[in-house]
Design a protein around this ligand. Structure first.
Ligand SMILES: O=C(O)[C@H](O)[C@@H](O)[C@H](O)[C@H](O)COP(=O)(O)O
Length: 217
């Protein structure tokens, strides 16, 4: 872990993370005229999305995509694209270009991410690097030429699509956003010894990429 940003509560975390991500996107736009942001789905990021959607940056120059996605239609409550459309692509961020993963060959052609925000499950998965995943070994192989990969796992609910480790670790900024004591314990365990296959978040934590933790109780 390169750095830890600890907040007293969810609201403050969401604001702090939104400020840091917004600043980073603005810097990338200033440097090269555009920026790419990859976010996670699940339940944790909603408030962060709502804060970030109000950031005063040139959103029309930002491409937003997902670190991983459940292979369901966007009408499903389980769709991460739906979550992003409802909570992030609002307010000022409505001007951003969204690149969904399902049925979209353009997704794998996206340039590297300027910022990627990861979550983590209590089973030690991040992105869709799930324990027992049928393509897990390839997804967390730092040398794989694949950028996006399909993966199915017993704990994943439905088949998934996920960007692979090399794509995530090459992000300009990599944040791990987790909340609550239970996930902190899982992270502590993941930072200890043991196989990556058991807790695939280890593949990211052990990579050369500097990860910043965002946590609140
Ligand atoms: O589609 C997904 O499920 C995610 O991108 C996934 O990797 C998520 O970040 C964790 O499962 C944490 O999810 P919660 O925030 O719901 O605990």
């Amino acid at each position: 872990m390169e750095a830890e940003r600890i907040f007293e509560a969810r609201e403050a975390l969401a604001e702090g993370l939104a400020r840091d991500v917004g600043d980073e996107l603005a810097r990338a736009i200033e440097a090269k005229g555009k920026a790419t942001l990859a976010v996670s789905g699940g339940t944790t990021p909603k408030l962060f999305f709502e804060k970030l959607s109000q950031a005063d940056i040139p959103w029309s120059r930002v491409s937003v995509t997902l670190v991983d996605e459940r292979q369901v239609p966007e009408s499903s409550e389980r769709s991460n694209a739906r979550l992003v459309r409802q909570h992030l692509l609002q307010n000022k961020a409505a001007a951003a270009r969204f690149v969904p993963l399902v049925d979209n060959p353009d997704a794998a052609k996206l340039p590297g991410f300027d910022v990627a925000v990861l979550g983590m499950g209590n089973d030690g998965h991040t992105a869709s690097f799930f324990p027992g995943g049928d393509t897990l070994a390839e997804a967390i192989d730092g040398e794989t030429p694949k950028r996006l990969i399909a993966i199915s796992a017993p704990g994943a609910g439905e088949p998934r699509l996920t960007f692979t480790l090399p794509v995530l670790e090459s992000a300009g900024r990599l944040a791990l956003h987790i909340e609550g004591a239970e996930k902190k314990q899982v992270l502590t365990k993941a930072l200890g010894e043991g196989p990556e296959e058991d807790m695939p978040v280890r593949a990211v934590l052990r990579s050369a990429a500097p990860v910043t933790l965002y946590w609140c109780p």
